[in-house]
Design a binder for this molecule. Sequence first.
Ligand code: FAD
Ligand code: DLZ
Ligand code: SF4
Length: 514
Amino acid sequence: MKTLVPILGDQLTMTLSSLRDTDPADAIVLMMEVAEETTYVRHHKQKIAYIFAAMRHHARALADAGWQVDYVRLDDPDNAGSFTGEIARAVERHAPDRIVVTEAGEWRVAAMLDSWETIFGLPVDIRADDRFLCSHAEFDAWASGRKQLVMEFFYRDMRRKTGLLMDGKKPVGDRWNFDKDNRKPAKNDLFMPRPHAFAPDRVTKDVLALVADRFADHPGSLDGFDYAVTAADAERQAAYFLEHALPQFGDYEDAMLTGERHLWHSILSPYINSGLLDPIDLCRRAEAEYRAGRAPLNSVEGYIRQIIGWREYMRGIYWREGPDYVSRNFLDHHRKLPGWYWTGDTDMHCLKEAIGQTLATAHAHHIQRLMVTGNFALLIGADPAEVHRWYLEVYIDAYEWVELPNTLGMSQFGDGGLLGSKPYISSGAYIDRMSDYCGHCRYDVKQRVGKDACPFNALYWDFLARHQDKLGNNPRLRMPYSTWAKQSAQSRNETLSQSAIFLQSLDTAADDGY
Ligand code: FAD
Ligand code: DLZ
Ligand code: SF4
């Protein structure tokens, strides 16, 4: 039976479910670079370059492993421009008896896969993506009947399921979570890890030229593209992380430093999310580092929690909440993002750093995403759907299943607290504590009003005041609301008018970044 096996750009795994028990002798693997995927949002140039370069190398690896691969390039003059259009052409070329495909990573593409059986009159076997630990049914079973979907409880179940960091039925170290130990600010350190930088080979250089030509108007720069684009190089980066960065990953997980893009983070998310690295394998190897005494428990537990906890939980939420999750807007926010989210041209140093790094490398680490760009967007009342689009565009690891719940849910409180018991907001004080940014800034982080005052300060109080009806009874916000209430009316008014003037200046300068 002749089988067509389409493999999407985030399915670059040799053991993918659609390839398992499919006979290479009877199968055509189809890989497609298509305009629709590159432009449904304006992805960062490096994101497109990474996906195409990784796809082209993966096609070669599949061919070396004995698969017959039909690879359609973006610049093929007959390229139909969409997954469904390319399947139609492949059905004509190969006359398959059936299609076998691993489920898509987002609602938009899942709907396409669902339509193929009717369109092509062929059986379409859509297989579960078992690169994830928790199936859709398992997540639903865990979530149903719970009032609140607390990640910590989900995470504990994943620890029990995998046996990771378990001593029998008990968590290693008698605690499930060592997050309290993981909030140290970092100092500049000559011995900070320096992960590998991979020089583009001929295949990648071709892709870089194509992207420079076709996507010149997309955000970001291609200069200095140094991502791994093969499973072997991604593995080199993983080995480097486990040896050199994991030991201090926990301590400095939330730290930020001017000019430092990596700190002790892994920078493995692009490879995990596109399929070049196996997340559970990484967790097992991280645990082995702890068991061998080479990495402390707070780091290893923290790392494993991000993957089997947060990553799996976000995916569960995405599929459980459905395709209309994207339109939730609990706080009724509608402001446009300032145009400088696409240029980094602001004199707020923390934002300039986080956005500048994002445009230069298509990556920023979690606290930059959550407590700098995300925090600012939330405080100014930016439209969560637009904020979501920005994150989906600019990050190399961004696929909707993981980006949307992180952005709209965790960062923008658009779902009203489904996955966070309070909004992630802070004044400048938090940024000052966790970074060296404020020391480089023209604003004074200690001031709330006046022309030199850090904008985060007045915005923070204004946000709370504005949303008192929706957030005033939140037990986790009792402290700031009581501090606000104790201030004199004059001080409160000064703060609110400082914020109003700042917001007005944003509106006056607003453009849509395009
Ligand atoms: P590390 O700090 O080394 O963490 C280890 C691994 O844990 C990561 O590689 C990643 O696989 C996983 N991880 C950590 N936190 C999360 C999380 N909250 N959700 C899912 N996985 C997590 N991550 C994405 O992979 N894609 C996204 O599009 C994305 N969008 C985000 C948007 C916002 C607003 C926020 C606040 C976070 C977002 N994250 C996203 C989560 C996190 O910022 C990135 O996973 C992380 O920065 C990737 O860099 P790293 O590999 O160095 O991570
Ligand atoms: C993100 C992306 C881009 C930019 N381009 C392609 C492409 O041309 N071909 C492809 O197969 N996949 C691409 N991708 C990744 C897909 O958008 C991703 O596989 C789907 O969104 C399903 O998650
Ligand atoms: Fe950011 Fe305010 Fe610090 Fe400047 S002073 S870096 S705007 S937090």
